[in-house]
Design a binder for this molecule. Structure first.
Ligand code: SF4
Ligand code: SF4
Length: 318
């Protein structure tokens, strides 16, 4: 697999990294098997987070014996130095290591700069050898620009896929000009894009090797852009929990799920119950404040509910 230099970190990592959020949904045994398979296939960059429940523990168990052969990145959502140190110590313990190759602020409510206490803790951790490099992840374009301009960060992780537009492309170029590594978050649109060849060819334009964007792949990308646009839920779950216990990240994407994947499994009583719960939405809008894409969630839930019922009751054929 081709390597790429991750900006000023000077780490030479595989172009395809392993995002370790989804292994939360698999048991320990399956997760270790998946991770070993990735490792045997040549993947050497693994990105997890304190926030991803038992993901760090699974990585720690899977890679204890080959630690020096891989790169481990994790993230903290801490907003105070106290929470920062607590997170870092827990992460190192869970990952069974005494250093991280990359540690990132995780989608926090501000962009720490060199003089902030939180950034000072990050810098101290680097000086102490607990972390090798400093990064940040965000879903907000303004924070992303602030982060690049701050001079503090060696990498930026930001949502990026073939649905991305001019603003995101500008970010990639800006990272390049500041010699920062750019890590594509949700490269498959949070699970909604299902053509991995098109996904990889799109990414490869920025550091080409053998898989180019031919006319056929370009057509897949154009169709997906048309169908999904900007106004779609990426399933990040930052808006949750909902006080009415609505499964927003699933229900706000139901119309897409039933079209982009086999429909029948989503029409069972179990799913009907989950979708029906959206009727309990009180339109309190507390979720909207937390959505990095500023989606009108109550409206999206209504649209998805109506569409789902139309499909379920046979008024819409898909
Ligand atoms: S607006 Fe609806 S979905 Fe959002 S938090 Fe309130 S009740 Fe839940
Ligand atoms: S509604 Fe927004 S915050 Fe919630 S899961 Fe979807 S994209 Fe994420």
């Amino acid at each position: 697999m081709d390597n790429v230099r991750l900006g000023k970190t000077n780490l030479e990592v595989n172009k395809i990294g392993f995002g370790a959020l989804p292994i939360q949904r698999r048991n320990m045994e399956d997760s270790i098997e998946i991770l070993h398979k990735a490792y045997e296939s040549g993947v050497d960059f693994y990105d997890t987070a304190r926030f991803y429940t038992d993901s760090e523990e699974k990585l720690g168990k899977a890679f204890e014996d080959v630690r020096s052969e891989i790169y481990l990145a994790s993230k903290t959502a801490a907003e105070t130095p106290e929470d920062f140190w607590h997170d870092l110590e827990t992460t190192l313990k869970e990952l069974k290591t005494d250093y991280l190759d990359l540690y990132q602020h995780h989608n926090i409510s501000f962009c720490p700069k060199k003089d902030d206490d939180l950034a000072k803790a990050m810098i101290q951790a680097k000086e102490d050898g607990m972390i090798k490099h400093i990064g940040i992840t965000t879903h907000k374009i303004t924070f992303a620009h602030e982060a690049i301009e701050s001079g503090l960060y060696e990498t930026l992780q930001y949502p990026f896929s073939y649905l991305s537009g001019a603003e995101e492309l500008e970010l990639v170029e800006k990272c390049k000009s500041h010699d920062m590594g750019f890590i594509a978050m949700k490269a498959m649109g949070g699970g909604l894009l299902n053509d991995s060849k098109a996904g990889f060819a799109f990414m490869n334009q920025f550091d080409p090797s053998d898989l180019g964007l031919d006319d056929e792949l370009q057509k897949i990308i154009e169709n997906d852009k048309k169908e999904l646009g900007d106004n779609f839920c990426r399933g990040c779950a930052y808006c949750m929990p909902c006080p009415e216990e609505i499964n927003i990240s699933l229900c706000a994407r139901m119309s897409l799920w039933i079209r982009r994947f086999p429909t029948e499994p989503y029409l069972t009583e179990e799913y009907q119950e989950i979708v029906n719960a959206t009727k309990n939405c009180t339109e309190c809008y507390s979720c909207v404040d937390k959505c990095p894409y500023e989606l009108d969630i109550p409206e999206l839930l209504k649209e998805n509910y109506e569409d789902y019922m139309n499909v379920l009751e046979g008024r819409t054929k898909i």
